[in-house]
Design a protein around this ligand. Structure first.
Ligand SMILES: Nc1ncnc2c1ncn2[C@@H]1O[C@H](COP(=O)(O)OP(=O)(O)O)[C@@H](O)[C@H]1O
Ligand SMILES: [Mg+2]
Length: 423
């Protein structure tokens, strides 16, 4: 049975042109209420089955809160139909539905009454609500004096204790402290097990994956994807990473051009043997020169942001200025605070490069099947030298990429693992 059905719903807002500055202008322009129409949701159709837990995902301004408000009946659609079956309880914007001058307790009565409980029912549940909110000492203070975290505790406690059939939660849980967030999550899992239909908006993708049976990605007022949580979340993260890539490519950070290419000819040993004074992070005699280092996926598409379990190729573009035998290419990966995570070279890995000729141009690919790094920005060093360690060209932490991760594990390396319990 469907608990929620949304059929071809469109919702737009009127955005009024900036108010005219003077009273005279206002009087003259009184009848010219100029506005633009902004479509926040366009032809949305969704059905949510009873007992399903669905996450709404999307960037700020994509229309998630608008959709929740339509479901609670705070807003009405321009066109289309919405049907929600059973008792609906919602946790929307912080403090919505609270009266600042009333105490916490008075607000519990008001809120629970709005949600359809009788005074007797509320009295029966009062202690449970106060106890869950952990606000006992503050419950007789006006909520005006509550912090945003305390507001959230109170609102969440009321919203769940009225035992709704449908629970709608906008991204308010984030304001709670870690312990309370965990408690909310446990409570939501309990309600889910009892068969409550839950719609959950959050930027905590890990929590979303854990809680939801299904995730809907809303982008600019339309449903962009809808299905299995991990799949939709991955699509969303890949999209974000891709947008970030585009932005960075625009800023020409991806093909992090090496600013001052050394143009001096190799004949002039004096100048080329010296360390490049202009750039303390680069040195070497330039017999072989590294022109560019960049990062791609296995389809050779340039990227800057990668998912933790993604593949990557580090591409080292080189040019020979003088014929050299058996050159060795190396790379190293560092965290942003310069912790050396990994380093290797073609010699260590028995990858033999016989000779680079003068004027030869080419690419060395360092292929990584799974990055296995935790989220963060990483710096890459690339170098080419001879068998005796004489540097041709060394670029110290000159290149960077970013890892975004679904999970909240911490550190540098994602150690492949499973958990087990033996009693
Ligand atoms: N009352 C309103 N008046 C005008 N524009 C609004 C109003 N409410 C929301 N919007 C606009 O609708 C879009 C979607 O907003 P919202 O549903 O809050 O997005 P989300 O919750 O996904 O961040 C935004 O561009 C927002 O500015
Ligand atoms: Mg919102």
């Amino acid at each position: 049975m469907d608990a929620i059905s949304i059929n071809n719903v469109t919702k737009s807002f009127k955005i009024f042109a900036e108010r005219t500055a003077t009273l005279k202008d206002r009087i003259i322009n009184r009848r010219k209420n100029k506005y633009q129409k902004f479509t926040a949701l366009e032809n949305i159709s969704l059905t949510i089955q009873q007992g399903q837990t669905v996450g709404f995902l999307g960037r700020n301004g994509s229309g998630k809160s608008t959709l929740l408000k339509l479901l609670t009946g705070i807003l009405y659609p321009d066109s289309g139909e919405i049907e929600v079956k059973g008792k609906v309880s919602s946790l929307l914007e912080l403090g919505a539905g609270f009266h600042p001058d009333f105490t916490g307790k008075e607000n519990i009565f008001m809120n629970a009454a709005i949600l359809g409980l009788t005074k007797k029912e509320i009295k029966k549940k009062l202690n449970e609500i106060i106890s869950f909110s952990e606000l006992k000492e503050y419950i007789d203070n006006p909520v005006r004096n509550y912090s945003s975290g305390m507001y959230m505790r109170l609102a969440f406690s009321v919203a769940i204790m009225v035992e709704p059939d449908v629970l709608l939660i906008d991204e308010v849980l984030a304001v709670g402290d870690a312990a309370f967030q965990q408690k909310c999550m446990d409570q939501l899992l309990k309600m889910k097990a009892k068969g409550t239909t839950i719609v959950f908006v959050s930027h905590d993708l890990g929590a979303m994956e854990k809680l939801c049976d299904r995730v809907v990605w809303i982008s600019k007022g339309i449903v962009r994807s809808d299905g299995e949580p991990k799949k939709v979340i991955d699509q969303y993260l890949a999209h974000l990473a891709n947008e970030e890539n585009k932005r960075l490519i625009d800023e020409s950070l991806v093909n992090s051009r090496i600013n001052e290419q050394v143009n001096e000819s190799v004949e002039n040993e004096e100048t080329t043997r010296s360390i490049d004074n202009k750039d303390p992070g680069r040195w070497g005699n330039q017999y072989v020169q590294i022109d560019n280092v960049y990062f791609t996926d296995y389809n050779h598409q340039s990227k800057f942001s990668f998912l933790a379990d993604e593949q990557m190729i580090i591409k080292i573009r080189y040019k020979g200025n003088k014929e050299v035998e058996n050159p060795i290419f190396g790379i190293a990966i560092h965290t942003i605070d310069h912790i050396h995570c990994y380093g290797t070279n073609t010699f260590i890995d028995y990858f033999k490069i016989n000779r680079i000729k003068e004027q030869e141009e080419g690419t060395i690919n360092f292929k990584i099947p799974t990055l296995n790094l935790c989220s963060g920005t990483y710096l890459v060093t690339a170098a080419v030298h001879d068998e005796h360690g004489n540097q041709f060209d060394f670029h110290d932490k000159k290149f960077s990429f970013m890892i975004t991760s679904l999970t909240k594990d911490v550190g540098i390396v994602k150690v492949p693992h499973t958990w087990e319990q033996n009693v």
